[in-house]
Design a protein around this ligand. Structure first.
Ligand code: ADP
Length: 162
C-alpha cells in the first residue's frame, strides 16, 4: 500500500492540478490532496472555499481524499500515514523551487520523499495565478478549471467583490 499526498495552495485548483492528481491516482493506492494555508501568503479564496473548489473539482474521483491543513506538511505527512509527496512541475523555475522544498521536507522528516511529475503539455502554462488574473478581468475560465467547480468559483468571486 503506497499513500501519496499532493499538497498545494490550490487558490483555486486548476485542470493542471487535476491532471497531476489523476496521474498520481494511477500510480498510488491512495491519494490525499492537502489544501494548505501558509500565513506568509495571501489568498483570493479562503481555506474553506479552496477546499470546496477542490471537492467539486474531484467530484468524479471520490477515492481521492481532500484535507485542509494549517500546519507543516511534514507533520501532516506523518499524521495521515503518507509514504510519498507528489508535486507537479511546469518548468525549470518550478523544479528549482520544488527541489528546495523537497530537500527542506526531507531534512525535517527523512521519510518524506518527493516525487515530481512533469506537467502535461496542455497545462504547462496554466497556473492558479493566471486563473486569478483572468477572473479579475472577467475573462472565461473554460478549459482552465473543472466545469463542476466553475459555478461555485464565479459565485464566490462575485460575492467577495460586493
Ligand atoms: P502555485 O505554485 O501555482 O500557487 P499551488 O501551490 O497551488 O501552485 O500548486 C501546488 C503544486 O502544483 C505545485 O507543485 C505546482 O508546481 C503544481 N502545479 C501548479 N500548476 C500546475 C500545472 N498546470 N501542471 C502541473 N503542476 C502544477
Amino acid at each position: 500500500m503506497c499513500h501519496a499526498v499532493i499538497p498545494g495552495s490550490f487558490d483555486p485548483m486548476t485542470l493542471g492540478h487535476l491532471d497531476i492528481i489523476k496521474r498520481a491516482r494511477s500510480h498510488y493506492d491512495k491519494v490525499s490532496v492537502a489544501v494548505m494555508i501558509n500565513d506568509a501568503k495571501s489568498y483570493l479564496f479562503s481555506l474553506e472555499e479552496r477546499l470546496e473548489i477542490a471537492r467539486l473539482t474531484l467530484k468524479k474521483y471520490p477515492d481521492v481524499e481532500v484535507i485542509g491543513d494549517r500546519g507543516m506538511l511534514v507533520d501532516l505527512f506523518d499524521r495521515i500515514g503518507a509514504d510519498v509527496i507528489v508535486k507537479g512541475v511546469r518548468n525549470e523555475q518550478d523544479r528549482a523551487y520544488e527541489e528546495a522544498m523537497a530537500k527542506y521536507n526531507r531534512e525535517q522528516n527523512p521519510r518524506a520523499h518527493t516525487v515530481f511529475l512533469e506537467a502535461a503539455d496542455d497545462y504547462e502554462h496554466l497556473s492558479s495565478t493566471k486563473v486569478r488574473e483572468l477572473l479579475q478581468c472577467g475573462a472565461s475560465l473554460d478549459g482552465l478549471i473543472a466545469a463542476d467547480a466553475l459555478p461555485y468559483v464565479m459565485a464566490r468571486f462575485v460575492e467577495a467583490k460586493q
